[in-house]
Unconditional design. Sequence first.
Lengths: 497, 192
Amino acid sequence: MFRSQHLSYKYALFAYFLFGLQGLVASGGAIDLLFPDLGNPIPFVSGRAFHLNVSIYWPLIGMIGAMYFFFCQEAEREFYSLKLITINFWMLAGTLGLILGSLLLGFNEGREYLEAIWPLKLATAACTILLCFNLLTTYLASDMPRSRATLISMVTGSVTLIIFYVPNIVSYAHPTVDEIAKFMVVHIWEEMSLELIGTGVLAALLIQVTKVKRQAVETAIYLDITFAVLAGIIATGHHYYWIGVPSYWLWLGGTFSAMQVLPAIVLLYTTVKSITFKGISDLSNRDKITLSLIGSSMFYHIFGAGFLGFLMAYPPLNRYVHGTYITSAHSHLALFGVFGFLVLALCFHILFTEIILVKKMYRWCWGAIFALNAGLLTMGIGLLIAGGLQVYFWRVIGLGIGETNEFIRPYLFIRAFGGFLYAIGSLTLTFVVIKSIWPKIQVIFQSEGRLSVINCDDLHRMHRLVGDLLQEEKKIEPLLKRIQVLYQRLLFLNKEK
Amino acid sequence: MSLGMGTILLFLSATAPFKQARFCCFLDFISKACIETFNIIDNKKKCLVRSSAMQFPLKIFLATVFLSLALFSFVIYDSMAGNNLQNVPSEAVKGKMVFQKRACIECHTVFGNGGYYGGDLTKAYEKFGSNGLREYLTQPPLLSGAKKKRHIYLSNEEAEEIIAYFHFLQSIPNMDWPPRPVYDKKEESGVK
């Protein structure tokens, strides 16, 4: 293992911690919406902002950790700067802590998903620049072929993270311009940048776990990432239909959104092709859980993000369903369903590479995965029905907001119940991970220099010393035999006397 | 050719009589060298073919990235340039700041984007008028489903600024979204 891979452990652990926190806060928000008089310590506005920001950041942190883990493996060399990996982590963790804290205290810029105040947005941009710098310099220094698909995928994805985040550091006076900029993060980050990074990292994981030949998946990876870019960037247009831009966006957004199903199908094909049923039974428990999380991600990629998104992006249909809970259903199924499960799989794989998970804990993991899927599907169904009713009441019979809210309340109960199931799953999985990692927590969070002394260099030194001892033992053995012979003679002489 | 020569030389060296052993060893050495050279050249050719084959998907991918970014930048520029976007009046800018400071987007939607519980505000000015909005914001009613919790209260100044913002929002040509209800109650009862 490379030292860089050790340094990515803390990213994965922090991602799991935030994932557990998200479930709790979101459940509180769902209850506040149903019982507004209950009295919540966190105002709904702050809680929702917290939920939206943590839902963007924890997959991002997990994905960055996965990049640090798999990139050096694919490049077959250490990262250009190990210190930067640690600095990047503390910068990200500090920035996110400040963002979440400031949101809970009511500091809110009032733009959905981008509620953080602008200095903290600047800090986020700086973190992505650090990541990009480290990746690019490592890529250029690597001896591996420049065209290795996994490397290209991760590098391009990380560069586009910066390009599309920078315009959102400031707010704009015109609401249309604000919306145009906002969806560069909300859409392109998720459906292009993270898709590229995720494809590269997933391919590297599958090559490692299932031992599939690289040549077999390289072409599929290139096909996938080319479609992701071709469709993903212009498909941002499906968010622009009704924000005050020219009408040609209906054609652009609709056409390219329809093409977004293609990378999902290519990704599914690549994943299925690299796994055989015979192969799965031979895998370790850790790899079985990793693959089941990946399988969940694939399922939501096709149905939650792919087909549901495809239907919603069709402009004549979008005109009626836009602005309802149907969008919320899609965002839960797509954002957590696809990237959430993928990041959980990657982080699980990373954390339990060297650390052993107790057998009993694996049963808890399976239970958690079941609860997460059950919770997410229940939430999705509740939101889809609530959204469908909103479409009928608002767009067909023209009912008011208050009356509509009363009619959809039972389905928001279903959503809250689904969220409760999901929270059980997330807390269980987080508990299992943190409990298992806790004995090694100090080693994981130590700085780069000390980690190398404790883990890698000392291990090598010990190995050398043991080898020397074994060599010495060979020399000592004849001496010991001679001493034994002399001792027996002395005993014999003593007896004779 | 070197493979053919090497094979012939190997054959000759294998069949030569024992007395000419040294000469045969020499031939053997030369033939093995020829075969080795052929293998190296062949491997290099395969590497070149493989690397140029791999370069092609990379070139296609990079070309797709640049072209997509270029096209996206162009259409964004076209959407914002010229007379597509009107200037925002200063009162409306202040209203937008109030809207953002109070984080109204967490419960309400604008252009259909935001929180889905409080309803869309894109055409709120047309729907409620400035008097209706002023009353709502300065004397907030109970939230739906609540007996105690009320809508956020705004001061008179903040309310005027936000009303100016809603007035501007309503004037943005957005292909008449949100659509009028299929069975519009007002139209049915003849109320304008």
